[in-house]
Write a protein that binds this ligand. Sequence first.
Ligand code: NAD
Ligand code: UDP
Length: 335
Amino acid sequence: MKILVTGGLGFIGSHTVVELLNNNYEVIIVDNLYNSQIDVLDKIKQITGKDVKFYKEDVCDKQALEKIFKENEIDSVIHFAGYKAVGESCQKPLMYYRNNLMSTINLLEVMNENNVKSFIFSSSATIYGDPGTPKYVEKMGRGKTSNPYGTTKAMIEEILEDLYKSDNTWKISILRYFNPTGAHSSGLIGESPNGIPNNLMPYILKVASGELEVLNIFGNDYPTPDGTGIRDYIHVVDVAKGHVSALNKIVNSNSGVYVYNLGSGKGVSVLELVNTFERVNNVKVNYRIADRRPGDLAEYYADPTKALNELGWKAEKTVEDICRDSWNFMKNNKN
Ligand code: NAD
Ligand code: UDP
């Protein structure tokens, strides 16, 4: 089976391509390298020993997509391409709405024209808004999103539901990720954001390596056991495997819209993550307590039961694995 992976050179996309190749799917990647490097393609080949067809194109360019569909008999699409920085989306909302929505609408239109109706979408736990309980279950539905990035995810979920209502031959899987982090155990692929990172693990890595001086822990007065914020950190390889499970499911199921949380089900505090990182890697992470970050919730984590029951998927890797693999990738890619 031939799978088109948009954004396949990015953080989650590249790990998913590896798992797809390991499961004997044929993969075609389209990525405009907005937030990724071309050398990831060679790293994927090194890890898997397999070849991948690559198009350097923008998914917002419909003609480019039409050409890709003409040149390849695509069976299914996994759509990662998009912008993902919460803070930036507040400063540049139109850029976020344009890229995230246009890429998706173009893709769905071209799929429709080519009668390819199997689609997996990268959504996020952010679409739950602030439901007033820390354990997020799919049946709770969408809440009020707090930034344009999150709103693009909620809007696309609605677009997909409307599409299915209009044409119930579509097979759609919406995967809501919690906090994907970690790296491939080879140390060849991982997450390497440019500049000063927003997310916790990339920031820890830069402090541990001496690139940044100190980690600001945003608040230690939350109503959590140690006062710091709690999230559900999930290893990126587990997230990648979740896509293979979701793909196997929609290939073998009736049409429909299937929604799953991809999380470990376990909440971990900022201090717990920092302490685990120091312990397993035997390295110091300087930190200080800073003010709360506006918009942050105290605590949330996934209820991953539905993915276990219906996909047979659950997170296998631990927080220790996440810390070890992240540091290994950082050390291998210092330059
Ligand atoms: P990433 O930025 O590493 O990967 C996205 C890839 O898409 C990049 O390689 C980028 O160059 C490419 N891209 C962006 N716009 C494009 C366009 N118009 N045409 C072609 N390529 C384009 O991000 P990621 O962390 O791998 O996230 C993948 C998806 O998962 C995104 O949609 C993101 O919003 C979603 N997601 C990520 C997280 C997370 O914490 N990383 C959490 C929830 C959801
Ligand atoms: N966090 C922190 N310092 C940082 C970055 C993040 O203390 O430099 C905290 C943040 O307040 C939250 C957790 O780490 O409690 C995860 O934040 P991240 O931005 O990685 O993910 P998100 O909160 O968007 O899920």
